[in-house]
Design a protein around this ligand. Structure first.
Ligand code: NAP
Length: 223
């Protein structure tokens, strides 16, 4: 945080796995101050994340959330609820919260959705963080292509969903800055019921072809 200026926005990256690290790098490139929120500030995973994202710092979930203007939930389904309790929903009230999570159940070996049709991880997150402006985004691409997702046959689109129009406009601008072709707004956070199964299409194609660098694009979009 040494070169931070007061006008700089702080993003709290909650979770320090591959998604957290990938998005942290993207935010850093855009001039954000980056703080990882973690269960273990001194742990080896946190040290690895800080080494991978020079200039970032680490704090408890609650301290990272308090410090931020924008938060990213780079958390596994199994730890999401517990982590958000540790964050303290009050610390994210009024703030943009980007949710790339997928409710994946690995208990049978192959990933499948742990919930769907009548609920979604996006809606659960919004219920757990009632004051936050939750936007589902980045859940239908691999971590390695979340920033500058140029694929050999084109630049993909990212589907987003959320209840707050201004928050979705911010995420759309971020996606543009990260190198996406367009952000496609699918409606309020309930549309996570569509976007999380879409991630399963991505995952299933990956397993069927042992190929992990694909992305979605919507042709013929309304001008
Ligand atoms: N991997 C991808 O390419 C990809 C793509 C699209 C979407 N997603 C979604 O993005 C989310 C993050 O994915 P990821 O692959 O980065 O996840 P991950 O590596 O499994 O976990 C991210 C971090 O979550 C933290 N965490 C907090 N509470 C936890 C708990 N109870 N159990 C386990 N970890 C906990 C851990 O950091 P600390 O131990 O420091 O707290 C961990 O490093 C997931 O919901 C995933 O479905 C992933």
């Amino acid at each position: 945080m040494s070169n931070a200026t007061s006008s700089q926005q702080t993003v709290a990256i909650l979770g320090n796995g591959v998604v957290g690290i990938a998005l942290a790098k993207g935010f850093l490139e855009q001039g954000y101050r980056v703080v990882f929120g973690t269960r273990d500030v001194a742990g080896s995973k946190t040290r690895e994340a800080l080494a991978a994202v020079p200039g970032a710092s680490a704090a408890s979930f609650a301290d990272a959330a308090k410090a931020c203007q924008v938060a990213v939930l780079a958390l596994p389904w199994g730890g999401l609820q517990q982590a958000l309790e540790a964050v303290g929903p009050v610390h994210l009230a009024g703030k943009l919260v980007i949710d790339p999570s997928n409710p994946l159940d690995f208990s049978t070996g192959q990933p499948s959705l742990a919930l769907g049709h009548s609920d979604s991880a996006g809606e659960l997150v919004q219920r757990l963080l009632p004051g936050a402006k939750v936007v589902k985004a980045f859940n239908t691409i691999t971590a390695g292509h979340m920033v500058r997702p140029q694929l050999p046959d084109g630049t993909p689109d990212m589907f987003i969903a959320g209840n707050d129009a201004q928050a979705k406009a911010e995420v759309s601008a971020l996606l543009k800055a990260f190198g996406w072709r367009t952000a496609i707004d699918m409606g309020d956070i309930q549309a996570s019921r569509l976007l999380e199964p879409l991630a399963m299409v991505w995952i299933s194609y990956g397993f069927r072809n042992n190929h992990w660098t694909h992305g979605f694009s919507l042709l013929g979009q309304k001008a």
